[in-house]
Write a protein that binds this ligand. Structure first.
Ligand code: TYD
Length: 201
């Protein structure tokens, strides 16, 4: 059986990825492809429990502990959900993956990037997305879209989100073949059309 594809969506909070990933999913299904729409942290099972801690725990969480929790969720997600689906020929669409840990825990929290890359490799067993779409959003727009009710990660502050944005742009600069940046200020339909162009390629 032919292998599927692995496409990830990345970007700052409130960048519109969730809308776009759903539109792409719908498009591919209408074309007759088998897809799996999933997310990190917390697609299902154990991941949902880890997501609850990561987004809602209100005590102190050290950046290293935070990283390991995201990575634990990723290892479980890749082994039990993503890899089996790709092996069955499914197109897996994942809302956030390894680049979020580089951008948020590496650039945002200031952890060592080489170590994060190594831990990502362990968590994924070396699996890499065929295509990653970064929806680039400026921090002011992002904060306005997130609104007043913030989860633990969204409460990190404006300087943190500026570093996260730079992180995503730097990842795209380093891996231009895999990672494509789209300006999220455009209309939903314009962004969707650009994503279809990239996926068709
Ligand atoms: P979520 O509600 O899924 O936000 P969004 O809709 O913006 O994707 O929350 C996920 C949060 O977790 C988001 O703030 C980004 C953060 N995150 C990390 O910090 N590191 C990671 O490795 C991942 C996967 C997510």
């Amino acid at each position: 059986m032919a292998k599927g594809l692995f496409i990830t969506f990345e970007g700052g909070d409130g960048c519109g990825k969730t809308t776009q990933i759903k539109l792409l999913d719908e498009y591919l299904r209408n074309k007759g492809y088998k897809t799996l729409l999933t997310r990190e942290p917390g697609s299902k099972g154990l991941g949902v429990k880890l997501r609850e801690i990561l987004l809602n725990y209100d005590g102190e969480v050290s950046p290293t502990c935070e990283s390991f929790l995201f990575l634990a969720d990723r290892a479980q997600h890749v082994d039990c959900i993503i890899k089996p689906a790709i092996d069955e020929g499914v197109i897996v669409l994942c809302d956030r993956h390894t680049d979020s840990t580089v951008a948020y825990q590496g650039y945002g929290r200031g952890l060592d990037l080489a170590q994060i890359n190594m831990l990502n490799k362990i968590a994924t067993g070396g699996l890499k997305p065929d295509l990653t779409i970064v929806l680039d959003v400026d921090v002011e727009t992002s904060q306005a879209r997130v609104g007043q009710e913030k989860d633990r990660m969204e409460s990190a502050g404006i300087e943190f989100f500026k570093r996260v944005r730079q992180g995503f742009l730097e990842i795209a600069r380093q891996e231009p073949e895999r990672v494509k940046v789209i300006d999220s200020k455009q209309s939903i339909q314009e962004i969707h059309a650009k994503i279809l162009e990239l996926v068709a390629r």
